[in-house]
Write a protein that binds this ligand. Structure first.
Ligand SMILES: Cc1ncc(COP(=O)(O)O)c(C=O)c1O
Length: 417
């Protein structure tokens, strides 16, 4: 059970009631609003010019759906409460990263292992703004004020974790911001602000959506941090609070147009209520599957010997022994892990041997997925299969994976070393 937050209720309660103040009807379940435009007030004295509004994207008053809409505003209120800082949603995870880079416009970004689409996005900015891409090794020598360190943890696709505090300290020492892509471990699994992250990013398509039926991106700003717009390019601009910066990001989102659709906002609101339950279960399932597979990989019985003809390696944060990890991920190590087969052909064939793991990309849904990752990432080891554990009964998942590995082993004409 989590401790009460400073604001009062605990996370599971905030997931259900974080948007109560925006529920203006007697409906218990949120209504689905589909309008793209909203009537202005009928009282002429209360009409405001655009100049008087200042920021048309203020969510208190809906004007046009590129600025704000009812369900997404409620989703953002819930996420703001749950993720512990002002939260802004976007059309997808990559749209949120793009918005972040547009707003801060850094001269340099230090990024190492990260989702390949984020790297592709960085390439866009290299073309548009001359952004320089460095690795974590270059933080002390190349980064300066207004630059960005981008850490993804746990990492896609291996599911391995990296220490947020170490990167936060290194980034802050040179005046850079630390952005953490926490897609693989939303709360209750991981709270990057506790360890010094300035901005947290999520592909809400994954655990916030949770049912493989919506695209969503989220940026969350650390209420303790200060932010400078266009930080890498200007001199001594006045730093802004998280709340002011969220307003600016919302305004820019209205210009770029990268908003979630009405239906997605509604689906997100419906789904975020159960995120904690889903994550705890899926994460527990993943740790148990990993333990089971490692036991087969290191075991001595006949079944283990057969499995070893196929399985070469398993990676997941639950296998890491560093002390900091228990504090950074106290409630579980995330539902995604990877396995490596002995040959590329085995990796290509294993998905066809299992029945409870759909062969598909993405992750974060209630159903388990397996993906021969070479199909969507050209830089990855071609023997790697990424597994996104769902919330099925773990005993069925164990049996299914084992029989798949054994079926593949039975196909081997000779032992592959
Ligand atoms: C870690 C991570 N970050 C960002 C993204 C991009 O998210 P989206 O597909 O919602 O744009 C993904 C997608 O798989 C991801 O795994």
């Amino acid at each position: 059970m989590s401790a009460p937050s400073q604001q009062g209720p605990r996370a599971a309660t905030r997931a259900i009631h974080g948007d109560d103040h925006l529920n203006e009807t007697t409906d218990v379940a949120p209504a689905l609003h589909v309008s793209t435009t909203y009537r202005y007030t009928n009282i002429p004295e209360n009409l405001k010019t655009a100049a008087e509004y200042g920021n048309l994207a203020l969510p208190e008053e809906h004007i046009y759906s590129r600025f704000s809409i009812a369900n997404t505003t409620r989703l953002e209120a819930t996420l703001t409460s749950l993720l512990s800082g002002p939260a802004i949603t976007y059309a997808s995870g990559l749209a949120s990263f793009h918005a972040l880079m547009t707003y801060f416009n850094p001269r340099r970004i230090a990024i190492s292992g990260a989702y390949h689409g984020v790297h592709d996005n960085v390439t866009l900015f290299q073309r548009i703004t001359g952004l320089e891409k460095c690795s974590f090794d270059d933080i002390e020598t190349k980064l300066g004020k207004g630059d960005i360190v981008h850490l993804e943890t746990p990492l896609n696709p291996t599911g391995e974790a990296y220490e947020i505090k170490v990167l936060a300290d290194r980034a802050h020492k040179v005046g850079a911001l630390l952005v953490v892509d926490s897609t693989f471990a939303p709360p209750p699994l991981q709270e990057p602000f506790r360890w010094g992250a300035d901005v947290v990013m999520h592909s809400g398509t994954k655990y916030i959506g949770g049912h493989s039926d919506m695209l969503c991106g989220v940026l969350v700003l650390n209420p303790e941090s200060k932010f400078v717009k266009n930080a890498g390019r200007v001199g001594d601009e006045q730093p802004l609070s998280a709340k002011e910066t969220a307003g600016n990001l919302r305004f820019e989102r209205g210009i770029i147009g990268g908003v979630m659709g009405n239906l997605e906002g509604w689906l997100g609101l419906r789904s975020v209520r159960t995120m904690g339950l889903r994550l705890e279960r899926a994460s527990k399932n993943a740790a148990e599957l990993v333990r089971f597979l490692v036991e087969l990989l290191e075991g001595e019985g006949e079944e283990a010997r057969q499995v070893q003809k196929v399985l070469r390696k398993v990676t997941h944060a639950s296998l890491q022994r560093e002390e900091w990890l228990k504090e950074q991920m106290p409630a579980g190590f995330g539902p995604v892990f990877s396995i490596y087969t002995k040959t590329e052909n085995q990796a290509r064939r294993l998905p066809s041997k299992v029945k409870y793991f759909h062969h598909a990309t993405s992750l974060g849904g209630v159903e388990s997925l397996i993906e021969w990752r070479a199909m969507s990432d050209e830089h990855v080891d071609t023997t790697l299969l990424r597994i996104s554990t769902g919330i099925e009964d773990v005993e069925d998942l164990k049996e299914d994976l084992k029989q798949g590995l054994l079926a593949l082993a039975a196909e081997q004409k000779e032992v592959v070393v």
